[in-house]
Design a protein around this ligand. Structure first.
Ligand SMILES: [Zn+2]
Ligand SMILES: [Zn+2]
Length: 219
């Protein structure tokens, strides 16, 4: 099981990165991305801290851990520059806090994030057909979320992703240890979104590809 969307005390999670990694290892996870919330005010210290942490951990943790960030609630016009800045700072994965149905995320965020080339558009809510087509074309993965609230739109996201061939990933968006999930429950979340065990295998393969891809600088 690979989970590419989690939070630590570097934003609003409750664990230091070391404990988040240990909690993930204890649950048998193979790969983890630390993706704290960022905007213009904190992208530098947050990404620098997570990069430093992951470098120090190399070979010691028993699972692959990569540093990332989740751009959150910024004006869509700032997204492209923040993606570029985060990658320049050494982040290996760029996540966008998409237009979830349970928060007033600025309209236009989904489209701007796809055009900016994020790796994962998290909880994209009632994403449009045109945006899903664009995500498929640009190779941006759409997220099926195990998190309460965000998960309300999973069925919609799954249906359009299947229709237009966009990649899907499953993430927990964990902010605390109890938010992490077992592979069994992950499969339940996937099935509840109307997807199959074969889809789940494809989703985990897409996550593995993102985990293993080293992508220095901007693409
Ligand atoms: Zn988010
Ligand atoms: Zn998040």
């Amino acid at each position: 099981m690979i989970d590419l969307h989690t939070h630590t005390i570097w934003s609003d999670g409750i664990l230091v990165p070391a404990e988040m990694v240990q909690q993930a290892r204890a649950r048998g996870l193979r790969g983890l991305a630390l993706t704290d919330h960022v905007d213009e005010s904190n992208i530098e210290p947050v990404v620098a801290a997570l990069v430093r942490f992951c470098q120090g951990l190399k070979g010691l943790s028993g699972l692959t851990v990569i540093p990332g960030f989740e751009i959150t609630h910024v004006p869509p016009a700032q997204i492209a520059r923040l993606v570029k800045r985060g990658r320049e700072l050494g982040a290996k994965i760029a996540v966008m806090h998409g237009e979830t149905v349970v928060e007033p995320v600025p309209q236009g965020t989904n489209r701007a994030a796809i055009l900016a080339g994020v790796d994962i558009l998290a909880h994209p809510g009632l994403i449009t057909e045109a945006e899903v087509k664009l995500a498929a074309k640009r190779g941006v993965a759409l997220e099926i979320s195990a998190r309460k609230g965000h998960s309300l739109a999973n069925g919609h996201v799954a249906r359009l992703a299947k229709k237009f061939g966009a990649a899907l990933v499953l993430d927990t968006d964990a902010h605390a240890p109890e938010d992490l999930i077992s592979p069994d429950f992950a499969l339940t979340v996937v099935k509840a979104a109307g997807l199959s065990p074969a889809d789940f295998r494809r989703m985990q393969a897409a996550s593995r590809k993102l985990l293993e891809k080293s992508r220095p600088g901007s693409r």
